[in-house]
Ligand binder design. Structure first.
Ligand code: FRU
Length: 539
């Protein structure tokens, strides 16, 4: 079974073959980043789940180790599902994960510790005999009770969350412990929302009000806000809120202005799921990892011999407005930049598309600043759209229909004659008393292939337009385009499978289909090198 390479990524995290899903238990230990992830050792579809294990010095070059956690005990014989790592005050890591105990997917929470904590590779993990740490009590839906978080500590008591649901109410159950071994359920869940269904992979962490630095998960006090993120099985999207964590009552209150659940804030308006953050004490960052599944058919996955990638890790911090998070690819990614081309003061009149030549457009990093003389030509924002998802507005307006201020942006993974292209673009609208900026990553024109999922992903960008500029960075990598609008205010990931626009037949353009002339003030594009990607550690 040869792995077919056409749509494999060049610099995104992938094992050499087989199915992957959620990132698990990311942690930094003795100079190495560890990434575990849900992995099927036997094939390119979901099943036989173990925790595969990779290590890196820079979050970009990865070496692989043997799976760290795999079914071996009565309490995880049917699968080792997602979970998190906690670094204890003595510096040693502990992993919490969900064990599947029977064919009905009954779920239980377990822990594992390093067999030898002086090994920076943390090669071998043991599951002590006092497992499991948490059983589903009779009030809990035992087949929807999983994905423990990193633990945090308040007044000497540890806490974790476990994702769940009761009928269609999504729930983050709270458990407490004094000794990290005996865990008891708090009377109230930390938070729950009616009608949102199963909360997978909850994540709960503090963000600083005064700095872009990340914080250890246990940091509290008056200089922080808290973020609660859940992955909604019903929509297959993730939502987060920013709010106040009352440490005394052990309750979380999302800010009133924010929508809780569907239609809430998103890390990413595209293909991004089961994400998890961790605190990196070596650089004081909080880093976010997310998984992107395939958007082609299961049969294609089998033919390819692989399915799923981890997206480029992102630094996350609180926007000074306090209303959203900001995200940016970790700076280490820039080590892969090689050949660079630039555009400067390139005017784009209506209908123009200008090629960015001289880089490997199928494997590139592009960073561009657009400017425009005024906002006068912004199209009116139809009040009916306020009720729609941004995606539906993108579906109606697209990249081809002429606009006023926009659509303008990039045509990524484009064939020379534009039979195929994935446009990533802005369209600016004028609502009653404000401008609305839409960022789209529209896969509908991405491929002539059949049987593909090609959605027009989109999100609004809450950005100040007084300087009449919009920036866009896109990470293009064969079958993935990760785009960061306005400095990471709105992020969208698309998976696409061009047939013509592959390898050196892929092109990159800037374009404008709006009546207002737009200027590419500066554009930098780089060919991206291939990092060490999951080559086994030499023993
Ligand atoms: C999310 C998820 C988790 C579960 C894991 C199983 O993608 O369904 O809830 O622990 O994947 O692989």
């Amino acid at each position: 079974d040869k792995v077919k390479q056409t749509h494999r990524t060049g610099y995104h995290f992938q094992p050499p073959k087989n199915w992957i899903n959620d990132p698990n238990g990311p942690l930094y230990y003795k100079g190495l980043y560890h990434l575990f992830y849900q992995y099927n050792p036997k094939g390119a579809v979901w099943g036989n789940i173990v925790w595969a294990h990779s290590v890196s010095k820079d979050l970009i070059n990865w070496e692989s180790l043997e799976p760290a956690i795999y079914p071996s005990k009565w309490f995880d014989n049917y699968g080792c599902w997602s979970g998190s790592a906690t670094i204890l005050p003595n510096g040693e890591p502990v992993i919490f994960y969900t064990g599947i105990v029977d064919e009905n997917n009954r779920q239980i929470q377990n822990y594992a510790v390093p067999a030898n904590s002086s090994d920076p590779y943390l090669r071998e993990w043991v599951k002590p005999d006092d497992n499991p740490i948490v059983y589903p009590d009779p009030s809990v839906n035992a087949s929807a009770f999983r994905d423990p978080t990193t633990a945090w500590r308040v007044d000497g008591h540890w806490r974790i969350l476990i994702g769940s649901k009761k009928r269609d109410r999504g729930i983050a159950y709270l458990y407490r412990s004094l000794d990290f071994k005996k865990w008891s359920k708090a009377k109230h869940p930390l938070h729950s929302v009616q009608g949102t269904g199963m909360w997978e992979c909850p994540d709960f962490f503090p963000v600083s009000l005064s700095s872009e630095d990340g914080l250890d998960t246990s940091v509290g006090g008056s200089n922080v806000r808290h973020v609660l993120k859940v992955s909604l099985d019903l929509t297959r999207y993730e939502y987060y809120t920013i709010g106040t964590y009352d440490e005394k009552k052990d309750r979380y209150y999302p800010d009133e202005a924010l929508v809780d659940g569907w239609a809430g804030l998103r890390y990413d308006y595209g293909n991004f799921y089961a994400s998890k953050t961790f605190f990196d004490p070596s650089t004081n960052r909080r880093i976010l990892w997310g998984w992107a599944n395939e958007s082609d058919s299961v049969q294609q996955d089998r033919n390819k011999g692989w399915a799923g990638i981890q997206l480029i890790p992102r630094r996350v911090w609180l926007d000074p407005s306090g209303k959203q998070l900001l995200q940016w690819p970790v700076a280490e990614l820039e080590k892969l930049r090689s050949h660079n081309v630039q555009l400067r003061n390139q005017k784009l009149h209506q209908g123009y598309h200008v090629e960015v030549k001289g880089i490997t457009a199928a494997q590139a990093d592009v960073d561009v600043t657009f400017s425009f003389p005024s906002l006068d030509k912004a199209e009116p924002f139809d009040p009916k759209w306020a009720k729609l998802d941004a995606l539906d507005v993108c579906a109606q307006k697209g990249s081809k229909a002429q606009g006023g201020l926009g659509p303008f942006g990039l045509l990524t993974l484009a064939s020379e004659k534009l039979e195929e292209f994935t446009p990533v673009f802005f369209r600016v609208f004028k609502a009653a008393d404000e401008h609305k900026v839409l960022l789209c990553s529209d896969a509908r024109s991405s491929s002539l292939g059949v049987g593909l999922y090609k959605p027009p992903f989109a999100g609004f960008v809450d950005v100040d337009l007084t300087d009449k500029k919009l920036t866009l960075r896109s990470l293009i990598d064969h079958s993935v385009v990760e785009s960061f609008g306005a400095g990471g205010r709105t992020v969208i990931t698309s998976r696409v499978y061009p047939i013509i626009a592959v390898f050196d037949k892929a092109h990159l353009f800037v374009f404008n289909n709006g009546s207002e002339t737009v200027t590419v003030e500066t554009l930098n594009a780089w060919s991206m090198k291939v990092p060490v990607m999951n080559v086994p550690v030499k023993s």
